[in-house]
Each structure stands twice: as structure tokens, then as C-alpha cells.
Design a binder for this molecule. Structure first.
Ligand SMILES: Cc1cc2nc3c(=O)[nH]c(=O)nc-3n(C[C@H](O)[C@H](O)[C@H](O)COP(=O)(O)O)c2cc1C
Length: 213
């Protein structure tokens, strides 16, 4: 019997931003993911909004506007339809990505606070982002957590181990100096592309040892 395959191309990549420092990582992941032409959905925690504004001077809604404008401009150059990122409501646990029946390419949480990490490890699903992570684990979809805290307590480490055993990838955003970054922007972008690489995206410009940029 022929298998009927869902159109994988239409499945969005989920991105989450929490209240750990390093909101720029989340924006870099969003920007690079939007550049691939795949649909992207963003969820931001309340603390994530707070740190995003503190560190970038913009709200999530303003970033979505900027990235949508960039998507429209680049679609204008390629004559394709612009794919604008969607900002989901954190409190809407009835949004499409809250259900396993809604197909996604998985979730990158960048940066991921120890609070959100603990709640995902505990299966709490108290908001849309935690639920999205829970769905990724139960549906065996990629879940990459740019866990950011230093130093780490035994509680943090135990939660990271529990999540690794459940199938998540813990990817602390630490720079690879052998990539010879020349700016903070380089460091942030390299990390964002590395996270997208873990999800199966080989984005032009991503650093690979032994390969020209
Ligand atoms: C400027 C700032 C930086 C922070 N950095 C971190 C951090 O690197 N890691 C972390 O786990 N929490 C950090 N926090 C604390 C979290 O924001 C806080 O624990 C929050 O409750 C996390 O909520 P969330 O998981 O819902 O985003 C920071 C808070 C602020 C205001």
C-alpha cells in the first residue's frame, strides 16, 4: 500500500525565548530559520520578554515585525511568497503547537532558563512553550535547549540529564573559538546555526571544521 506522507515542507519550526540572558541567540535562530524559507513560530515567556527588552531594546512583537519585513523584502527579490514568522500567545495552551497532531519540525529554546528547563524536565506543561517541549519529547521530535546558567547546581545538572535521557539535546551556548569569531555577532550567529544544524538545517555560512565558510 502506498504511504501518504504529510507535506513536511509546511511543518513549522518552533522557537522559544525564555528569561535567561542571551536573547540575541533566539533572534539569531529566528532570523536564520526565516532565511531558509520554512514557517517559523515563536513563543516567548514573560521573563523572556523582560530580558529581550533589556538586552535588545525591542519586544518580541517588534522583532516579529522586523523579521516579517525582512521576509517580505527577500521574497520581493526572489518573487516568492513571503513566509512571515508567527508569534504565539504563551498563555494559549490551545494553540496548534500544543497538540501532537499538529506536525512541527521540533523546537529550539534559545536561550533556555533553568526555570523552564526544570519545568520541561518535570513535565509541567504550564504554558504553551513548556507544552510544546513536552509534545516534542512525547512525539519524538527534535528538542534543542540552549541552556544558559553558570555555575551549575546539582539540580540543574540532574534536570539536564533527565532531559537528555528523554531525548532532548542540551546545547549550552558556549563559543567555539577555533571558528575564529571576530565579533559577538559572529559568536551568536555561529551558535544559532549550530543549533539549527542539530535540527538538520545546513545553512550557508555555518562554520564546519575542515570546510570553508
Ligand atoms: C537580566 C536577567 C538575566 C537572567 N539570566 C538568567 C540566566 O542566564 N539563566 C537563568 O536560568 N535565569 C536567568 N534569569 C532569571 C530568569 O529570568 C528567571 O528565573 C525567570 O523566572 C525564568 O522564567 P522563564 O523560565 O519562564 O523564562 C535572568 C533574569 C534576568 C532579569
Amino acid at each position: 500500500m502506498d504511504r501518504i506522507l504529510a507535506p513536511e515542507g509546511e511543518s513549522p519550526l518552533l522557537v522559544g525565548i525564555t528569561g535567561a540572558t542571551g536573547a540575541a541567540y533566539g533572534i539569531a535562530v529566528l532570523r536564520a530559520a526565516c532565511g531558509t524559507g520554512i514557517p517559523v513560530r515563536l513563543t516567548v515567556t514573560r521573563a523572556g520578554e523582560r530580558v529581550l527588552l533589556e538586552e535588545t531594546g525591542r519586544t518580541a512583537a517588534q522583532w516579529i515585525e522586523d523579521l516579517s519585513r525582512e521576509a517580505v523584502e527577500s521574497a520581493g527579490q526572489t518573487a516568492g511568497a513571503p513566509l512571515q514568522p508567527v508569534l504565539d500567545d504563551l498563555s494559549d495552551v490551545g494553540a496548534p503547537p500544543a497538540s501532537g497532531s499538529f506536525r512541527t519540525r521540533g523546537l529550539i529554546v534559545a536561550p533556555c532558563s533553568m526555570g523552564t528547563l526544570a519545568r520541561i524536565a518535570g513535565g509541567i506543561s504550564g504554558n504553551l512553550l513548556e507544552r510544546e517541549a513536552d509534545v516534542c519529547l512525547k512525539e519524538r521530535r527534535p528538542l534543542v535547549l540552549l541552556a544558559r546558567e553558570t555555575p551549575l547546581s546539582a539540580i540543574h545538572l540532574k534536570n539536564m540529564l533527565a532531559l537528555t535521557e528523554a531525548g532532548a539535546v542540551i546545547m549550552p551556548p558556549v563559543p567555539a573559538f577555533y571558528a575564529k569569531p571576530s565579533s559577538v555577532e559572529d559568536i551568536v550567529r555561529d551558535t544559532a546555526l549550530r543549533a539549527l544544524g542539530l535540527m538538520g538545517f545546513d545553512i550557508p555560512g555555518a562554520f564546519r571544521w575542515g570546510r570553508e565558510r
